[in-house]
Design a protein around this ligand. Sequence first.
Ligand code: NG1
Ligand code: ZN
Length: 541
Amino acid sequence: QALLNKLADGAAAYPIPEGRKYEYGTAGFRMKADAGLDHVMFTVGLIAILRSKKRNATIGIMITASHNPAEDNGVKLVDPMGDMLEQSWEGFATRLANTPSDKIPKAYEALVNETLVDEIRQLQDRPAKVVFARDTRASGPYLVTALKAALDAVGVAYEDKGILTTPQLHYIVRCINTEGTVYAFGEPTEKGYYTKMANAFKTLMYGRTIHGAITVDAANGVGGPKLRQLISYLPTAAEGGIDIKVVNDDVLKPEALNFECGADYVKTKQRSPPNLNAKPGDRCCSLDGDADRVVYYYNDEQNVFHLLDGDRIATLGAAFLADMTRVAGIDSKLKIGIVQTAYANGASTEYVEKVLKLPVTVTATGVKHLHHAAARYDIGVYFEANGHGTVLFSDNAIKIIRESEPKSPGQKHALDSLRACIDLINQAVGDAISDMLFAEIVLAHKSWTPDNWRNTYIDLPNRLVRVEVADRSIFKTTDAERRLTSPKGAQEEIDKLCSMYQKGRAFARASGTEDAVRVYAEAHSKIESEKLAGQVTEVIR
Ligand code: NG1
Ligand code: ZN
């Protein structure tokens, strides 16, 4: 009863604004920071407590709105291994968020009974532990207050990790929960994150040279200061390391965040941030606002802009890892594969299957789907075209890579490199900074320029359209969102249209993050891809 009173008092300060509805979507909860997100924060704190008791582990909470404008914010939960909240719990989070403040004590009690049902007494008495962090948004500290109010009302142990990138928080959660086990992920601190990555980087750079500087656009977000810190742990180019130029790293001017810069800007506008001033051939990349996405790009000698997106990073990384396992003589023991979504360019899929000769799995949009599919390979490389992704090594792969005895200096070098990859790549979640270092290393190993990288395959011209419809919920899909099952007849029409174009491929699906339907089309030429996109838009409108 005392607990219920405390919850009632705490929740009263954070009412739901009139008419507001919340949903835990692909990116957690996300909205204008002052539109009732404080109420959500309070309820998320309670869900984290239940989840922590259920899993008997530390649960993470990340406060960020990623690539959204500065006035937005959001929150998502991190499961014990540093992965996204298990899907079956998203519904609990949504339900509690939509509960008015005065009903929260009763709703919490009901959720205790529902979620901790198995061995109810034991689970309820378990101590809960929560860690949280936020990006650089101005609304962050206030939202932390609302979160703490819930944690204090129940009286659980928590740690405020201050400002971190999303992947850094995921890293710390996984470190805490694996400490002292054979799966120990590292030291659960920010410094531990930098040293683990820097040591792996040094091993991988042995005998290699990175040519020229890499310019990193940090979207004026948390990635800027964090990347600067990492740089202090890395050898410079003169020391056989890397020369990183950080731009757009102003985190003091709130409105600069994601404004005319960042991974989402570059990917959707297909152009470089206007203030970059890179010369032809210079490698550039852009992080998003919480540094879990990265895309590469450069201008060629004719000053034509070329994007090297998530599909490219995936093929680059997979080619390297497949080569290394071959040189190490362990390729027959490991199943390597790539996971993509329907938005992956058809040319990339063909390149993976025909040239790299690796299997491709296609999943629904949203990293949690890709992550789970990648976990079914020994080495699973997953990326969304927008630059969110990573590589997962199975327990079996880690064991084989760690325990294999090299029979030649070449094998030793390959095994050392693979061991270092396991540490360099943030397996908890897609990590822009780690992915960027990985790409730089692979380019150095292959002695590739951005032109070499781009010429591995030529993207099919494509078009992505956002279509406003009266009710997007009528659009139901199957086959990894590539085919519509409803409305009736729509898929047949899309099939007919696709068959009229050389290399024609198109699909329509309801967005999980916006009130719209997205139409994607690709074809042999730019004009055809645009025409196909237009025709499919007509079908669904
Ligand atoms: P939706 O809105 O469901 O298409 C978008 C991105 C996803 C993913 C999520 C989460 C596209 C086409 N879709 O999903 O890749 O990143 O946001 O942020 O880019
Ligand atoms: Zn992000």
